[in-house]
Design a protein around this ligand. Structure first.
Ligand SMILES: N[C@@H](CCC(=O)N[C@@H](CS)C(=O)NCC(=O)O)C(=O)O
Length: 206
């Protein structure tokens, strides 16, 4: 049985749980991180030296970084439709997963800190506005990458959509009625209709 260490409300844990559902996999999950702590113990740091969640344990081996975990699971299941069948397909999926981590993540997480973690008195509206401007540009890139039908790397949902989709969930939960292209709203709606998204991502928290 695959073990996943990480609290269910962590966005990166939600991402892995959604990917598992897409791959028809189940796991035994244990609460680590946030209010549960347990990530700064020598035992946990031996599994994941970053002291962050998630960590996946399969066959006695630990793997960390949510996108790497997802790529591993797609390989493990030999799931070309989800993880890419050819080197080119894997690169097209991987580039969006890297884009999520290197470009899309930071402004959304900063917005989350400003709008959810900090009280209204501590909020810096200039930071909020700067993040919204950056996100407007990034969502323009996403819009241009999506054709009129289908998903980021083709006609079916892949690991690219899972990585980007969890961040879109947070964006739409934070910014009510954002001025975004209707195709982005439609894309998000299609991802949000998937059982794995409903079960693990849309859990009532941004
Ligand atoms: N790039 C890492 C980021 C991991 C990360 O930042 N995890 C957060 C939760 S989403 C965390 O562990 N925070 C501390 C905690 O929950 O105790 C990944 O994708 O796995």
């Amino acid at each position: 049985m695959i073990k996943l260490l990480g609290r269910a409300d962590s966005l990166n844990v939600r991402k892995v749980l959604w990917a598992m559902e897409e791959l028809g996999l189940t796991c035994e999950r244990e609460d680590y991180g946030g209010p549960f702590g347990r990530v700064d113990t020598p035992e946990y740091l031996r599994l994941n030296p970053n002291g962050l969640v998630p960590t996946l344990i399969d066959d006695g081996t630990a793997i960390w970084e949510s996108n790497t975990i997802i790529r591993y699971l797609a390989d493990r299941q030999s799931a070309p439709a989800f993880g890419g069948g050819t080197a080119i397909e894997r690169a097209h999926i991987g580039q969006w997963m890297d884009w999520q981590l290197s470009a899309f993540n930071a402004p959304i997480q900063s917005l989350f800190v400003q709008l959810v973690r900090l009280g209204e008195d501590k909020r810096d509206q200039r930071v909020v506005d700067a993040n919204l401007k950056t996100l407007h540009n990034l969502l323009g890139i996403l819009r241009r990458a999506l054709s009129d039908k289908g998903y980021l790397a083709g006609p079916t949902v892949t690991a690219a959509d899972v990585a980007v989709g969890v961040m879109l969930h947070r964006f739409f939960a934070l910014v009510r009625e954002p001025a975004v292209d209707p195709r982005i709203v439609q894309y998000h709606g299609e991802l949000a209709a998937r059982p794995g998204f409903k079960a693990h991502v849309a859990i009532g928290k941004p």
